[in-house]
Ligand binder design. Sequence first.
Ligand SMILES: *Cc1c(COP(=O)(O)O)cnc(C)c1O
Length: 340
Amino acid sequence: MIDLRSDTVTKPTEAMRSAMASAEVGDDVYREDPTVARLEDLAAKMLGKEAGLFVVSGTMGNQVAIMTHTQRGDELITEAESHIFYYEVGDIAMLSGVQARQVPGKRGVMDPDDVKHAIRDSSNIHFPRTSLIAVENTHNRGGGKIWPIEYVREIAGTAHDRGIAVHMDGARIFNAAVASGIGADVWASYADSVMFCLSKGLCAPIGSLLVGSRDYIERARKNRKRLGGGLRQAGIIAAAGIVALESMVDRLAEDHANAKLLASELAALGYGADPAEAETNMAMVDVSASGRDAPSFVEAIKQKGVLCNAVTPTTVRLVTHHDVTADDCRMAVEAFKSLL
Ligand SMILES: *Cc1c(COP(=O)(O)O)cnc(C)c1O
């Protein structure tokens, strides 16, 4: 099976497994796990922030971030198909008691003027307080879209002028950094907090990081505990995360080249795909040319040995990662060809 469903299917590398086996550990709720501390410091340094917090998942990282920035009854501005709104089980409302003001974007990118106009004037007795703006980079449902950095800068400028915090859902911030040539620390410099995942293209088995100022991360640490996320000898899994950050970032360029290869070869076959839009490790493919809708296409191509997910009634998403090679991608193209 060639598994193009997600970069979350990546298995830990041998280097990760041996680092895990020999990790020095302690009780991290007592702040005594040296490996977790090393990972949190490394993450903060790479993102140009004062402090980091290890969490078990991207969802936990985003939700701890939101809980730490907001109060109940606040409003959060986020793109209409953002992960925090679309894929986090209603957590914004359930855990933080915050409502989402959804701004529709283009492939996940919000227009800075639309964001500006969505900010509430809380002196009006009818309105909630806008306390947070979230930006997702790269954007998942946008097909791995990288934000134009000037849009991020403008939105952050508007937010900070109004005393509003900015959170970056940077689950794939290193894909954005490698593909754009703009450092992860530069992207992060516009946000008060950034979450990124170790368990996606970076191949670690478990874990994400939340980074920000020292004071913010101290408050986030308490909220993580509140959600049951205080971990004990977590150095076992943090050790794999250190390997991920030290050795798996630069190779993301291979995944990006493979996504481009898929998009350009599938477009040449007559599928709806655009290599220019395959900016990072995803290719969105309209499968109408096969005479099938996306869910039945997914079933048909599975019979040919390729796994992918339907993301709209007509579109499937192909995600490239460490565990699929360029040859695997060429074989996947053959499978697509056989379904025309
Ligand atoms: C995967 C993802 C998350 C959540 O990560 P989990 O570890 O699956 O909870 C958050 N944001 C984006 C953009 C993602 O792609």
